[in-house]
Design a protein around this ligand. Structure first.
Ligand code: BGC
Length: 739
């Protein structure tokens, strides 16, 4: 009874509290009612029940107990993953709430990565829209759909910086930049969690994979990471800090060995930085068996030691493997691990369960999903997201948008009439039948006036050439060819690293054969990573990068091809010319012997240019934009202070369109070497043909901080260069000085 009253008061306070309840760690606002409830529960819990809360089991009990229901009843399971079934959820929850001794609800986690049933573009594609509002909205739709099927908690956002496109998981993040990545991290947390985690349409976010997983050596999955602490702090951690500050409820420790200490047993990361520096109050879940994997990593001899290392480092909940439940109660009894470690972890887990409202509303109404899943407004948002994600890489002679007078188009390629691959990796609850294909999208958009001659041509990954002749025939009888080629769903994601970044299979061969017909070709490129598309860029007049666009792929692509939407996407990751250039990213260091276009002993290759195939920030439009009048209002600025930078941008073409204006700086000389360029701001603006707008950036000196020679986070006086432009290599240049 007392618990019930406390709960009601707690919820009322949440509603009465002004402002957003999103933050887990609002300084000065400890949720004393929640904490009091947790105290009460902790006082009653046995050691087994405590460790039960720290244990997450896969839906089929993999690695774990045969009799799941009985284990829930005994309080030995605190969480499940991979259940997206309201009835099963409610059944297990009922056992936890009504049949376990203390009635503590379960929390259900799931990988809702780029949408639940309404699958949006893969995250790397979505990032190319540079539209934080849209990122927040797609996350919010994902939360609404997921919560309706009983998912309380998503293992997203994945915010690993990746500078190596060989790594298959580059697709899951926002690209190579810490500034943009941090803003996207916050936007996703806002979208998933809203202002009130207990609302029926929000869910807990999970920042993953803490940390530096994206630096896997040679891009090989699960490989070692060795990164200097300064780079860890300057490049990899800001995205996590941003997510924590936004109030993310949970965080996932990764698989990788970081500088000799695997991150799921890494106290420096999980406690010293995350808890002591950042004040994170949510809980940390391990990645899939990553605590047990401390054994093959070679820092634990057995499961007992793995459990001690994981729990004392700060992994509060163990995913799938059972080293905690099998060992921690005994270890506390033997005095080998303090009970405080358990209490602290359980407190963090219960805190999130309370915030999610699971004690008050443990069940999900099975009828809600009917009106929520794939609702028309969700699909509408998905179509917008597809449009915004697309990057126009080349458009010779304005071949795009398609001329309305075209009588016939050949649509060729293994991704043209394809549903499954358009979903992209990590689309667990996505269904192929929900996907609008390119063929369908084009037929709907142009079918009345233009004949579409479709031919598959080849498989995504095959060597057979039998379909080539049909493709060539289709091209020959058409005014123009659209080729839909690229990677498939199985080329990206976890454990899908590649050493060759060309078009898979014999698609390039097909493209070359079709090109011989001399028909104008538009190439739609599908991928989850940068590809080495040298021949394509040189020989094909128009190339549109569509990533893996999700359920509304065909419609969004047709919107762009037909000109109903003018593309404005910009790459958030560098495209290399060849695999040998990797890692290649825009914010590299200058070196002591920078290449100056000569053939002397400078930092260069003898068989390849240094420059990328396509730079960070790059993307074209159906119109053109001119940048002029760069003005730096105060060229000498005291610290702390702000630099006001303005630029005029004019739409000099015929079509209206969006432009993403980007602000870069270079700190010329620091106590440690500084990158040649760093993104420090951007504005996504809309300009009608002929229109000019002034864009203003107020760059705070605090935004110029980095980890200095003493590993202190500081801004240093000195000269800076500044650029405002359409990408990381073009733009107007100016200077300012910090005093
Ligand atoms: C992945 C995580 C994912 C987890 C649960 C792991 O293999 O690394 O990103 O959230 O599985 O499915």
């Amino acid at each position: 009874m007392i618990r019930k009253i406390l709960m009601v008061v707690c919820i009322l306070t949440a509603y009465l509290h002004p402002g957003c309840q999103r933050q887990m760690n609002q300084a000065g606002n400890p949720d004393s009612f929640v904490e009091a409830n947790i105290d009460g529960l902790l006082a009653k819990m046995t050691l087994e029940e405590k460790v039960g809360q720290m244990s997450q089991v896969n839906k089929n009990g993999e690695d774990g107990p045969a009799d799941i229901e009985n284990e829930v009843r005994s309080g030995n399971i605190g969480s499940f993953l991979n259940i997206a079934d309201v009835d099963l959820r409610n059944k297990l929850q009922k056992i936890a709430v009504e049949e376990s001794r203390l009635g503590i609800p379960l929390i259900f986690g799931y990988d809702v990565i780029h949408g639940h049933r309404t699958i949006f573009p893969v995250p790397l594609g979505e990032a190319a829209g540079w539209d934080l509002d849209l990122v927040e909205k797609t996350a919010s739709v994902a939360a609404r759909e997921a919560r309706a099927v009983g998912i309380d908690w998503t293992f997203s956002p994945m915010i690993d910086i990746a500078r190596d496109p060989r790594w298959g998981r580059i697709v899951e993040g926002a690209g190579e930049d810490a500034y943009l990545g941090s803003l996207i991290s916050s936007a996703k947390v806002r979208g998933y969690q809203g202002c009130d985690l207990s609302a029926p349409d929000t869910m807990a976010a999970c920042l993953k994979h803490f940390a530096v997983y994206g630096a896997s050596q040679a891009g090989r999955e699960y490989h070692t990471t060795e990164v200097p602490l300064r780079t860890i702090r300057d490049v990899y951690l800001p995205l996590f800090k941003a997510g924590v500050e936004e109030g993310a409820a949970t965080l996932m420790s990764g698989f990788n060995d970081l500088n000799g200490v695997p991150v799921s047993g890494n106290k420096f990361l999980l406690t010293d930085i995350l808890r002591n520096e950042w004040g994170f109050e949510g809980f940390v879940v391990s990645d899939w068996r990553s605590v047990k994997q401390l054994i093959p990593h070679g820092i634990a001899e057995d499961e007992t030691q793995a459990a001690i290392l994981g729990a004392t480092a700060g992994v509060d909940m163990e995913m799938v493997s059972r080293t905690y439940i099998n060992n921690l109660p005994r270890l506390v009894r033997e005095g080998r691990i303090s009970q405080d470690v358990l209490d602290t972890a359980v407190r963090r887990i219960l805190r999130v369960k309370f915030r999610l409202g699971l004690f008050e509303n443990p069940y999900v109404d099975p009828d809600v999903q009917k009106s929520v899943i794939l609702a028309p407004e969700n699909r509408k948002l998905a179509r917008k997201a597809v449009c915004e994600s697309m990057v126009l890489l080349k458009n010779e002679n304005n071949l795009l948008p398609l001329n309305a007078s075209l009588q016939s188009i050949a649509l060729i390629g293994p991704l043209a009439d394809n549903q499954k691959d358009l979903l992209g990796t990590w689309s667990y609850s996505g269904r192929s039948e929900d996907v609008v294909t390119v063929l369908k999208g084009l037929q709907d958009a142009l079918g009345d006036t233009c004949k579409i001659n479709y031919a598959k041509g080849c498989e995504i990954d095959g060597i057979l050439t039998e379909g080539f002749s049909e493709a060539i025939e289709a091209a020959n009888k058409s005014d123009l060819v659209i080729m839909a080629v690229g990677e498939g769903i199985m080329h990206n994601g976890e454990a899908h690293s590649r050493t060759n970044l060309n078009l898979p299979g014999n698609q390039l061969q097909l493209l070359k054969e079709v090109e011989k017909t001399d028909k104008p070709i538009v190439l739609i490129l599908f991928s989850g990573r940068p590809l080495t598309i040298n021949w394509e860029l040189e020989n094909i007049p128009s190339i549109l990068l569509a990533w893996h666009p999700g359920v509304e792929g065909g419609n969004g692509i047709a919107d762009v091809l037909s000109g109903r939407y003018n593309p404005a996407g910009k790459l958030t990751v560098t495209f290399p010319r060849n695999v040998g250039q990797i890692p290649i990213y825009y914010n590299m260091k200058n070196t002591g012997r920078p290449f100056k276009g000569d053939d002397g002993d400078t930092s260069r290759y003898i068989d390849s240019p240094n420059t990328p195939l396509l730079p960070f920030g790059y993307g074209l439009s159906y119109t053109t934009f001119a940048y002029h009048n760069l003005l730096i209002e105060n060229q000498k600025v005291k610290i702390p202070g702000a630099v006001k930078i303005t630029v005029d941008i004019t739409n000099t073409g015929d079509a209206a369109g969006h432009e993403v204006a980007q602000l870069y700086i270079r700190d010329i000389a620091g106590s440690v070497t500084r990158p040649v360029k760093e993104l420090k701001g951007f504005k996504r603006i809309y300009l009608k043909s002929g229109e000019t707008k002034t864009v203003t950036f107020n760059l705070q000196t605090s935004e110029l901080k980095f980890y200095d020679i003493n590993m202190e986070y500081n801004v240093e006086p000195g000269d800076f260069k500044v650029w405002v432009g359409p990408n990381s290599v073009e733009g107007l240049e100016g200077t300012f000085e910090l005093l």
